[in-house]
Design a protein around this ligand. Sequence first.
Ligand code: SAH
Ligand code: SF4
Length: 389
Amino acid sequence: MTPKLERAIVNCFKVRHGKQVVGTDKTNLVGASLEELTSVVQDLSEPSYRARQIYAGIYCRRLRSWEQFTDLSKGLRKRLEDAYVIEYPPVAKTFESRDGTRRYLFEVSPGQKIESVFIPEEQRETFCISSQVGCAVECLFCVTGKLPMRRNLSAGEIVAQVLSLEQCRGCAPKRLNIVIMGMGEPLHNYENVMKAVRLMTDKEGMAISPRRITLSTSGVVPQIKRLAAEPVIPNLAIALNATTDAVRDVLIPINRKWDIATLLDACRRFPLERRQRITFEYVLIEEVNDTPEDARRLVALLEGLRKKINLIPLNADPWVPLRTPSEDRILAFQKILTDHSITVYIRRPRGQDVSAACGMLAGRDQAQGDLLHPPPKPVEESALARLGL
Ligand code: SAH
Ligand code: SF4
């Protein structure tokens, strides 16, 4: 590769990061707030209403090149073009499941891949988006947790997943739900995730109702408390996944810091609007957390909370040495909950054949995981022994 070509490629990735190196490349404005755009136009000695036009162009009109900004003068477009770009991370590959679910593999930096998933349904469509490259929580049952934690995504990289998927989906828009349930622990990347939520919900911008956005967390309690005080709050989903601390400590290591009682206390204090509920996700794992006693403990633990429960039968993967319960066990677990008048759904896997289902996201550039490529962080035998497996 010639040095010139190499420099061009490196600069191209710098642009995608939103970083600016004086004299060599341009700043990416995807992810910029209105205030940040106001200082951009001030630097160009333009009136501040220009910032609103640019903001509406990027987030509301979803424009991707300066020539599309026909409400700006040619001269201003040229000056913007010289210093700024509107870039989404490039889609490296897409995988389409038999059930219509699509996994999008984005290369956010050289060698760093993240995924978003498009899940079409009859009445609505869901975009599942990532918040980090990797995840530091290292849950035993989750493939993302087997990757090294590389970095947080910027607010621009988070909103760009939604903008990209909207443009790629290839079917008429339906009711859109955004779930921040892809790679990463969103509350470990609090500032950027919340900036992205503000951009997505701003009526002048992407105008997605906060009630159509769900943030799922493994239980980072201090940040749940911080979220509770935000002016714009998405729906909250808690990946509970166990009914005793002994089991949750092994499945979700941060439980050793914030145990089940502490987590549920934060949930009880979380503000909810009328008819709003907290979703508790419960990944069912055979002989680990799927017994009738677990179901009864779950009822008792969640007593008095405004909630619904999503039971997610474990998505099996070569990297995860755990098993999915039989259909009988899943239904028996559900029945104990419904007998206590709890709203409970069984989340059937979507996109499993292309590794797009919950907990299967590993930035793989093949459709499925395989045993030839072992996980970077293998599961410790002692963890399985503590679960009696
Ligand atoms: N880090 C956040 C969001 C991403 S994980 C969180 O943990 O909540 C999103 C959901 O996928 C969580 O409910 C998690 O428990 C679930 N999940 C992880 N691995 C899974 C697997 N192998 N099978 C089924 N669900 C899984
Ligand atoms: Fe991270 Fe969520 Fe996977 Fe746990 S389940 S490793 S928190 S992405």
